[in-house]
Design a protein around this ligand. Structure first.
Ligand code: NCD
Ligand code: ZN
Length: 366
């Protein structure tokens, strides 16, 4: 049984109205913690079998014990009946003990480490001030085959915010890859044509995730008729040619690009503020949102590669057994949602998407 369909058209030329997809994974998500966790995680678990869970809690997840405890809280928040595996990450700091990383990976608690340049984004104050401080940790990770996930932006205030990803490649990434040629690296949530070209040209140890919002919006979305805080995230959306380059990469079938939503919920009031925080909450309709992109690009036959195959292959994990079915049915996205005790505005708020998840085969816990 094919796990996807031909490019948006069936043999009679009429439009495809069902997509059967090997159950996908989300290789970058913020599930948060506390009262909101239960609502947040089930949006992810409804679609994805596994997710790489970001460690930027307050305080950040820097020990295997903290990651194991967070994993337990996540698992107890997942609706009974949904089979979901959180893959935990370790938040790198200037002073993290390489032994902690090695032990956490060996125990099956840590799946990867996350590098936030200090103050690059939400809850990254404890991040890394200089990659040279990580050499001991990176040596260990290279030796044990543990992936490094990078928020790839410089934090230099003299660099224009729209250039920070491209400058990160030149100033940090090139040297890091040269110093650690055996290290598996994921360039997270890429937003530029420069990042696409760099990942394509690099060796097989470098891959990238792409979010749904960076495939749908360019930077104009933040300023359409006024300031639009719900389209603000980091890395910030760029000009249209960058969005087009990301779409081309995502639908290319290249094993170097895979799904990572970077879904990052914040209370609406924290975004609709004089200093609104960064993050777009897209998990309620992530798969449907990506499906629209693949359909528009005439590339539904490559949707499974991006959503369900390239990620596990890069991480060295088995493909999922279950399937998910999407149907061409109008999918209205609410203007606001209540999660726990928070009001949150989701991505695509107030729009009607073309696809809905209609079936979950082999998804449920037996
Ligand atoms: C993320 C968050 O809110 O945790 N925000 C975002 O804009 N993407 C942090 C991050 O991944 O940069
Ligand atoms: Zn993120």
């Amino acid at each position: 049984m094919p796990s996807s369909v031909p490019d948006g058209r069936n043999q009679t030329g009429s439009s495809v109205d069902r997509i059967r997809l090997r159950r996908p994974d989300d290789w970058h998500v913020h599930l948060r913690d506390g009262a909101i966790l239960r609502s947040v995680v089930n949006h992810t678990a409804r679609q994805f079998a596994r997710a790489i869970v970001m460690p930027n809690l307050r305080p950040p997840v820097t020990t295997a014990a903290a990651a194991a405890a967070y994993r337990d809280r996540i698992l107890s928040a997942v609706d009974p009946g949904l089979a979901f595996t959180p893959l935990m990450t370790c938040y790198l700091t200037d002073t993290l003990d390489p032994l902690e990383v090695e032990r956490g990976f060996a125990e099956g608690v840590f799946a990867a480490c996350k590098l936030y340049p200090a103050n690059a984004t939400t809850n990254s104050a404890h991040g890394v001030t200089d990659v040279r401080n990580l050499h001991g940790v990176l040596e260990v990770m290279q030796r044990i085959g543990m992936p490094l996930l990078i928020h790839g932006e410089v934090t230099d205030r003299h660099i224009d915010i729209f250039d920070r990803e491209a400058v990160f490649i030149e100033r940090v990434l090139v040297k890091l890859l040269a110093d650690f040629p055996g290290l598996k690296v994921v360039f997270e949530h890429i937003t530029t044509a420069e990042a696409v070209a760099f990942v394509e040209a690099a060796g097989p140890n470098l891959a990238a995730t792409i979010t749904p919002h960076h495939l749908h919006i360019n930077r104009n979305a933040m300023f359409e008729g006024g300031i639009r805080p719900h389209f603000y995230c980091l890395p910030v959306a760029k000009r249209e040619p960058h969005r087009l380059a990301l779409r081309k990469a995502a639908v290319s079938g290249s094993p170097k690009f895979f799904l990572g939503t970077d879904s990052a919920p914040h209370p609406a009031a924290d975004k609709e503020a004089a200093c609104g925080c960064a993050g777009i909450f897209n998990s309620p309709c992530a798969l449907e949102s990506y499906a629209m992109v693949f359909e528009e690009e005439g590339a539904l036959s490559r949707f499974a590669a991006f959503a369900s195959e390239n990620g596990p292959r890069f991480y060295g994990l088995p493909l999922n057994e279950g399937f998910v079915e999407l149907e061409r049915l109008p999918h209205p996205v609410p203007a606001r949602m209540t999660l726990g005790d928070q009001e949150i505005v989701p991505f695509h708020a107030g729009e009607t998407l073309r696809w809905s998840i209609s079936g979950l085969e082999g998804l449920e816990k037996s």
